[in-house]
Design a protein around this ligand. Structure first.
Ligand SMILES: Cc1cc2nc3c(=O)[nH]c(=O)nc-3n(C[C@H](O)[C@H](O)[C@H](O)COP(=O)(O)OP(=O)(O)OC[C@H]3O[C@@H](n4cnc5c(N)ncnc54)[C@H](O)[C@@H]3O)c2cc1C
Ligand SMILES: *[C@@H]1O[C@H](CO)[C@@H](O)[C@H](O)[C@H]1NC(C)=O
Ligand SMILES: *[C@@H]1O[C@H](CO)[C@@H](O)[C@H](O)[C@H]1NC(C)=O
Ligand SMILES: *[C@@H]1O[C@H](CO)[C@@H](O)[C@H](O)[C@H]1NC(C)=O
Ligand SMILES: *[C@@H]1O[C@H](CO)[C@@H](O)[C@H](O)[C@H]1NC(C)=O
Length: 284
């Protein structure tokens, strides 16, 4: 009895909160299934963002379809960090766990495929699925084409890193060469560290990792010029003093490539969320 009362009270509170978007009710009316099928939302991309979007919608029984082409930005990394509750998991394990949880929600469907077209009915290009504001076309791994209608679209397509084609850089990306101190810095704390950066960003990069590393060389790759020095002074007043006080050397030679000498992923701890990864590189 007590529970039922609480539930009724909650429902009252919620309905008053959600009074504003009356359009929601209109959407429900149109939810009658069409052929081809019309979803409340199609979510493009199945990384953490897309999977979270599925959760929110499926838990309120929105009919959702997630289409994922499986090229994850953090694919090269060994472990994910700074996602509390998931610290140190491998990204594939994290996604597998998320998909397993979403499998409990009947209104959610997850498929592999690449979305190739999204047409809005309100645009000049007529939507091909009757009464659906959006028509979504995808190519499935089998090569088969799939067309569905959607009332909403969530783009969770992530982004792509553009990495210089310096030999060794792309190959070792995410494995001892990192860009995000919160993601990978802790595993490389107190190690000798090189910062690969144009001069103008060198001091602010040092600032980001100043609680992690002190033995640092800034590899500025030929950007140590009078013009860059002046621009850096504007962006980071007293940058030279800042680096000098921390004993940080600037190396200006052009980076022609880098070669791995040690693999920090070789001695993984099976359970700890974080452990030191001793990667080592040499500039040939
Ligand atoms: C090396 C590295 C390490 C990282 N480590 C961490 C970390 O430790 N902690 C952290 O919080 N963050 C980390 N990040 C950032 C991390 O990438 C993001 O936090 C997270 O993965 C972003 O999730 P997302 O869902 O936005 O994108 P993604 O995981 O990249 O997912 C996007 C998905 O959309 C798909 N897609 C794109 N276009 C289409 C289309 N047309 N049709 C169908 N699917 C499509 C892609 O194939 C992909 O599967 C790291 C990044 C890098 C590069
Ligand atoms: C989707 O692709 C992944 C590999 O990227 C595979 O493990 C999974 O089984 C595929 N899912 C379906 C439903 O085919
Ligand atoms: C719509 O399409 C017609 C014919 O293809 C074109 O002339 C017109 O400029 C388009 N309008 C918009 C708003 O794109
Ligand atoms: C170094 O500079 C050269 C051009 O001077 C550029 O081609 C290369 O991509 C740069 N390398 C890195 C790692 O930024
Ligand atoms: C740094 O390298 C660039 C490009 O080679 C060069 O023009 C510049 O003079 C160098 N700076 C110093 C201080 O040697």
């Amino acid at each position: 009895m007590g529970f039922i009362k609480v539930a009724a009270a909650l429902q009252l509170i919620l309905s008053s909160i959600s009074a504003a978007p009356t359009g929601v009710i209109g959407l429900e009316k149109n939810a009658v299934s069409q052929s081809p099928i019309v979803y409340d939302a199609v979510i493009v991309g199945g990384g953490p963002a897309g999977l979270s979007a599925v959760s929110g919608l499926a838990r309120v029984r929105r009919k959702v379809l997630l289409i994922d082409s499986g090229e994850y930005r953090n694919d090269p990394t060994r472990h994910m960090h700074d996602v509390i509750g998931a610290d140190g998991l491998s990204p594939p394990f994290f996604r597998w766990k998320a998909r397993g949880q979403l499998a409990y929600y009947e209104s959610a469907s997850l498929i592999n495929g690449t979305v190739t077209t999204i047409k809005a009915a309100t645009s000049n290009i007529t939507s091909t699925v009757q009464d659906a504001p959006f028509t979504v076309r995808a190519t499935l791994p089998s090569g088969e084409e799939r067309t569905v209608g959607a009332r909403g679209i969530i783009l969770a397509t992530g982004l792509r890193d553009i990495i210089p084609d310096t030999p060794g850089l792309q190959q070792n990306w995410g494995k001892g060469i990192y860009w995000c101190p919160w993601c990978d810095g802790n595993e490389h704390a107190d190690q000798a560290l090189g910062i690969l950066s144009p001069l103008i960003d060198a001091a602010s990069s040092v600032q980001e990792i100043s609680t992690l590393n002190s033995d640092i060389i800034a590899f500025v790759n030929g950007t140590y010029t009078p013009e860059a020095r002046a621009a850096t002074e504007k962006k980071f007043p007293n940058w030279e003093k800042y680096l000098e006080l921390r004993n940080i050397k600037i190396e200006n030679r052009t980076i022609a490539g880098l070669v791995r000498l040690a693999d920090g992923g070789a001695n993984e701890h099976p359970e700890a969320p974080t452990f030191p990864e001793h990667d080592l590189f040499r500039f040939p």
